[in-house]
Design a binder for this molecule. Structure first.
Ligand code: ACO
Length: 311
């Protein structure tokens, strides 16, 4: 009966036994996972665009090779995540359709423009830094295929964060113009990076249930605080100024206090009105449409082969 299925499921969650594709699971658990994993996959794929913008303009062959590898990694992350979502009963075509029609959400952060080379540093340091903070705990998320995908994703993500920090370090130790460029990128990416963790817990409709199901292992505010604490120390190493005048160590809490986040800006971007939302979706749609002939050719080839060999 559903009752005993439910008990079995609950007991697995309590004992930290992972839930696998063929196991019984509550409909809402499945729906929440499809929502989160598909949004995560879309974020990886859309996330290739802001950095892809700088591949042809990287300042050296070494920087170019590293950036290319990084952007390719993001494509790989998107593909593992689409595969993980498919195990829950949604097809890739359905997910692409949700993305291309503008129905799907993806991370707000990728709707901001990349204006200078220093943005490649700031994105690696802050955006990938925030992504790791959020994703390392997801290696222990309750759904097996998602957790296993995260293990590899996090290894690569950690390389991305280091390459970004290293760009920032070079710039901050470089000429005055380079140091300024690094500071300016830091100023622009700081607040949007804090928004990546999602709305405050009190306004996050999904957190409570997702934490209970052990899909999320920490709340949005908990992860955001960890990120502020770690990044503020890293900014000191870079010798850059925090873009927040209110940032201050709080001895009692053992954490940094920080300024107010502009949640209007966040919701505006999530609703599709950020600086680059339209450009990002257009780029994906064009890539999909322009690739139609490749899909047609692959299908035609497979059909001919089948007719010839019966395979
Ligand atoms: N950008 C866009 N939408 C967001 C963001 C964000 N930064 N944060 C939250 N939202 C959306 C949620 O998707 C949710 O929308 P929905 O209910 O219509 O699906 C709504 O705002 C309310 O938020 P929450 O209730 O807090 O949603 P949730 O519990 O899913 O938490 C979070 C959001 C923290 C992003 C979670 O989904 C998560 O951990 N996802 C996996 C990591 C991820 O997707 N990272 C992508 C960026 S990192 C990268 O790609 C390099």
């Amino acid at each position: 009966t559903v009752h005993s299925f439910q008990e079995h499921f609950d007991s697995k969650i309590d004992r930290e036994v992972s839930i696998e594709p063929r196991d019984w699971m509550p409909d809402d658990y499945r729906k929440t996972l499809i929502r989160q994993i598909s949004q995560h996959a879309h974020s990886e794929i859309i996330g290739m665009l802001p950095e892809g913008n700088w591949i042809t303009r990287a300042p050296s062959l070494r920087r170019k090779a590293v950036l290319l590898a990084k952007v390719q990694d993001e494509a790989g992350h998107g593909l593992y995540l689409y595969s993980a979502a498919e195990t829950l009963g949604i097809t890739r075509d359905q997910m692409y359709d949700q993305l291309h029609s503008g129905k799907a959400k993806y991370s707000s952060i990728f709707n901001y423009p990349t204006l200078s080379w220093a943005d490649m540093g700031a994105i690696g340091w802050l955006v990938d830094g925030a992504a790791i903070m959020n994703q390392v705990p997801l290696c222990r998320t309750s759904y097996g295929p998602y957790a296993r995908a995260m293990v590899r994703v996090c290894k690569e993500e950690s390389f991305h964060q280091r390459q970004g920090f290293e760009i920032m370090l070079s710039l901050s130790r470089g000429t005055e113009a380079q140091r300024k460029m690094a500071q300016e990128a830091f100023d622009r990416w700081w607040w949007p990076s804090l928004m990546m963790f999602g709305p405050p817990d009190a306004e996050s409709p999904n957190t409570e249930q997702s934490v209970r199901w052990r899909i999320k292992r920490f709340t949005n505010d908990e992860l955001r605080q960890k990120f502020v604490d770690v990044t503020t120390e890293q900014a000191k190493v870079l010798g850059l100024e925090m873009p927040d005048k209110d940032i201050k160590w709080n001895e009692e809490r053992g954490h940094y206090d920080f300024g107010k986040i502009d949640w209007n800006e966040f919701w505006n971007v999530v609703k599709g009105n950020g600086p680059c939302n339209k450009q990002r979706i257009d780029a994906r749609r064009n890539a999909w449409e322009n690739g139609q002939w490749v899909r047609d050719a692959a299908l035609a080839h497979a059909a001919k082969r089948k007719a010839r060999t019966g395979e």
